[in-house]
Design a protein around this ligand. Structure first.
Ligand code: COA
Length: 309
């Protein structure tokens, strides 16, 4: 994550908000925002750490997938920038856009490639500098998000993926949207310049608390497991109230839902891998544990997985 911590109180000094409003509705107390860091620079650091943790060298990596909606360039992709920086010369590298479900989609794509034998070792990331695409005059949205990157190595002989569910609902896409740059070609009379995130928070909330429990129930059924068999539910870190509502609908204790959103905010595709890394660093994860991962957000998209650690 970037070095600079921005607390709710810091935000209340530059806009009409308060720690009480933000933390009581979301559970978020602070987030990290980039100053000099970029999506690629954070991704490269995360990739190097993941390679060290996994004991994998750059020449072993043959696939790099980055889930991001905030790559530093339209092209080259963040994945290609990582490839060059770490020297993974033989890897194929590309980015995907599935917003907050992106890490789950990247995991599933990697798993599919690895299972059919095309590649053996994948480096997958979720990485975002969301602060670049926020409308900092829209207090109802900008206070929710943060910046960061998370990386994982997935290998063909141990992908750990037991079951998977993913879906999309493009018809509801505009409830969480961010326009790309406007078209200023000579045929366009009045190019618009609206390029920041806009969100209908209540619609996104309703989508999350209905879709996530049903997606998790699907992956559990596919894996032949029940909620009792699961050690942790590592959900996309959007809002503590969404996590509490999902726990309630699944009839699972909130203790099984670790969180990082209090100090990270919502980092879209990066939130699940950063949460997993924090759980790993705290020593919570033991070999053989079964963990449900679930991401949901822009698109609209969602993805859930049962993994064995
Ligand atoms: N500080 C203070 N007041 C704020 C504020 C802020 N940062 N942002 C909005 N408000 C005000 C609004 O102007 C509005 O005031 P009004 O009633 O006078 O018009 C009021 O707070 C709205 O509050 P409320 O109706 O309680 O909002 P809410 O309960 O819908 O909570 C969210 C808003 C965004 C926290 C909630 O809808 C949410 O979490 N949605 C999910 C969003 C999400 O997670 N998106 C990403 C998914 S990947």
């Amino acid at each position: 994550m970037p070095e600079t911590v921005v607390t709710n109180d810091d935000l209340s000094r530059i806009m009409d908000t308060s720690d009480e409003w933000i933390s009581s509705r979301t559970g978020i107390r602070e987030r990290r925002l980039v100053k000099d860091e970029t999506t690629a620079s954070m991704s490269i650091k995360a990739s190097i750490r993941a390679m060290e943790n996994a004991g994998v060298t750059a020449d072993e990596i043959d696939l790099i997938i980055v889930a991001t909606v905030t790559g530093d360039h339209v092209t080259p992709s963040t994945a290609c920038e990582i490839q060059a920086a770490i020297g993974a010369d033989k890897a194929v590298a590309f980015d995907i856009n599935a917003a907050c479900s992106g890490f789950l989609f990247a995991l599933h794509i990697a798993d599919a490639y690895l299972k059919i034998g095309t590649y053996k070792t994948a480096l997958i990331l979720g990485a975002e500098t969301l602060s670049r695409i926020m409308d900092w005059s829209d207090r109802s949205t900008c206070v929710l998000f943060g910046d960061g990157a998370g990386a994982a190595i997935v290998r063909a002989d141990q992908t750990g993926l037991l079951a998977y569910d993913q879906g999309s609902d493009g018809a509801r896409g505009m409830v969480l949207a961010c326009p790309n740059r406007s078209n200023n070609n000579p045929l366009v009379k009045n190019p618009t310049d609206m390029k920041f995130v806009n969100m209908d928070g209540q619609e996104v909330y309703k989508f999350a608390v209905t879709t996530v429990p049903s997606s998790i129930n699907k992956v559990l059924a596919e894996a032949g497991l029940t909620t009792e068999d699961i050690d942790y539910f590592a959900l996309h870190q959007a809002n503590i109230r969404i996590i509490q509502a999902v726990a309630k609908r699944l009839k699972v204790s909130e203790d099984k839902f670790p969180t990082s959103l209090d100090h990270c905010g919502n980092i879209s595709a990066a939130s699940v891998p950063i949460l997993l890394d924090e759980m790993n660093q705290k020593g919570l994860l033991k070999p053989g544990m079964k963990i449900v991962l679930s991401g949901f957000g822009g698109g609209l998209t969602w993805g859930s997985a049962v993994i064995e650690w």
